[in-house]
Design a protein around this ligand. Structure first.
Ligand SMILES: *Cc1c(COP(=O)(O)O)cnc(C)c1O
Length: 341
C-alpha cells in the first residue's frame, strides 16, 4: 500500500540527538520519554533505534502505552502511576509505576508485592506528585524505590523557578531510600550539570525539538512530512484559494494542491504562513489549510508535475513560530495516515 503522504524519520539523527543529550547530561544516565506513541513518530521505531544506541530507561504515560511495547523487553516507567483498574487488569512485570499520590502509594503497597516503583515529588509545578512534606514524612518507608523524580515547570525559560526547584529537589538527597534521582527534561539538560542528578529524561529534543538556544547547534531535525501533488492549476488575478477565500491572487499564480491537511497534524495555523520545498525552491502555503488538503504557490517551480512530491518545511522552531503551535503539538499531532519511512 502506498500512501499519498509520508513521514520521513531520520533514525540516525534520532540516535545522534540522544548521544548529544547524553553527553550534555555529564555523568548522569540519559533515558527517553516515548509517551504519546514516541511523540507521534511511533514508539516501537523510536525504542528500537534508541535501545540500540544505548538507552536503558524509557518513560510512557499509561499502562496501555507500556503494554503496547512490552515485547521489546526494555525498562519502562509509567508516569501517571497506577490505578485500581490497572491492578485489576493484572500488572505487567516489565514496567513500574511512578507513584504520584498518597492513594497510589497505598495501592502499590498492597498490589505491588514489593516490586520496584518510582516516585514523583512536586517541587513547585503543581502538576503531578507528592508534596515534599509527604515524601519527607516517612510515607515511602519500605518501598523499593528505583528513581525519585521531579519535573521542571519553566526549563525552557530563564526563570528563577529552575534553581528553586532544583534546590528543593536536591534537599531530598539521602533522606529517601531511592537508587537514583531524576529531574531534567530536554530543556533541563541544557540548564547544566547541576540539573542532571543521576538520570535525565529528554523527550522533545530527541525528536528534533529545540526548547532552548543552547540546544540549537546540537540537535538535528528528525521528522519531515512529505505530500504528493494531486492537482496543479493556474489561479487568475482576482480569484481566490481555499475555504473562506483567505488568499486572493494579485496576479496569475500557479498553484498546487497537496495531499495533507490538519487531520494529518498539518495544522490550520500554517494557513498563509507555512511552506513546502521542491528541491531548493521554497513554495509558500496559500489560504486556509483544509482537513486533508493544502494549497501552495508553485509559480517558482514550473517543472513541478501532478503526482510529484513536496517536502513540508518542518524545522520545529521555525514551524512552531509559523503555525502558532508548540513544537510538542507539531510532533504529537502527526496522524496515522502518513506512511512512516
Ligand atoms: C514528557 C515528560 C518528559 C520529557 O519532557 P520533554 O520536555 O519532552 O523533554 C520528562 N519528564 C516527564 C515527567 C514528562 O512528563
Amino acid at each position: 500500500m502506498s500512501s499519498p503522504n509520508r513521514l520521513r524519520i531520520d533514525r540516525t539523527a534520532l540516535a545522534d540527538n540522544w548521544r548529544a543529550l547524553a553527553r550534555m547530561s555529564g555523568t548522569a544516565a540519559c533515558g527517553a520519554a516515548v509517551k504519546a506513541d514516541g511523540y507521534g513518530l511511533g514508539a516501537r521505531l523510536v525504542i528500537e533505534t534508541l535501545a540500540t544506541a544505548g538507552v536503558r530507561d524509557f518513560f510512557v504515560a499509561t499502562w496501555d502505552e507500556a503494554r503496547a511495547i512490552a515485547d521489546l523487553g526494555v525498562s519502562i516507567a509509567v508516569l501517571h502511576g497506577v490505578r485500581p483498574e490497572d491492578v485489576a487488569e493484572g500488572l505487567p512485570i516489565y514496567a513500574r509505576p511512578v507513584l504520584n499520590t498518597a492513594a497510589q502509594v497505598a495501592l502499590w503497597r498492597s498490589a505491588g508485592a514489593g516490586r520496584a516503583c518510582d516516585v514523583m515529588v512536586d517541587t513547585g509545578m503543581n502538576r503531578l506528585g507528592l508534596t515534599v512534606e509527604e515524601v519527607a514524612s516517612g510515607m515511602l518507608d519500605g518501598l523499593a524505590i528505583d528513581t525519585l523524580m521531579s519535573h521542571l515547570a519553566c526549563a525552557d525559560e530563564d526563570s528563577a523557578m529552575n534553581a528553586a526547584q532544583r534546590d528543593r529537589f536536591a534537599a531530598l538527597a539521602g533522606r529517601i531510600d531511592a537508587q537514583r534521582m531524576s529531574l531534567a527534561n530536554s530543556a533541563g539538560i541544557a540548564l547544566g550539570h547541576s540539573f542532571a542528578f543521576d538520570l535525565t529524561r529528554p523527550g522533545l529534543s530527541l525528536y528534533g525539538g529545540v526548547p532552548r538556544a543552547e540546544l540549537a547547534g546540537a540537535i538535528r531535525q528528525v521528522v519531515t512530512p512529505e505530500a504528493q501533488v494531486i492537482q496543479r492549476r493556474c489561479v487568475k488575478a482576482g480569484e481566490v484559494v481555499g475555504y473562506n477565500a483567505l488568499w486572493v491572487a494579485e496576479h496569475d499564480t500557479e498553484v498546487a494542491i497537496l495531499n495533507i491537511g490538519y487531520a494529518d497534524g498539518y495544522w490550520r495555523g500554517f494557513s498563509n504562513s507555512g511552506a513546502a520545498w521542491f528541491g531548493d525552491v521554497r513554495l509558500p502555503v496559500l489560504g486556509r489549510v483544509s482537513m486533508d488538503l493544502t494549497a501552495v504557490d508553485v509559480s517558482a517551480a514550473p517543472e513541478l508535475l501532478e503526482s510529484d512530491w513536496l517536502v513540508l518545511d518542518y524545522a520545529l522552531s521555525e514551524a512552531a513560530s509559523a503555525s502558532g503551535m508548540s513544537q510538542y503539538e507539531l510532533l504529537t499531532g502527526l496522524g496515522p495516515r502518513f506512511e512512516r519511512l
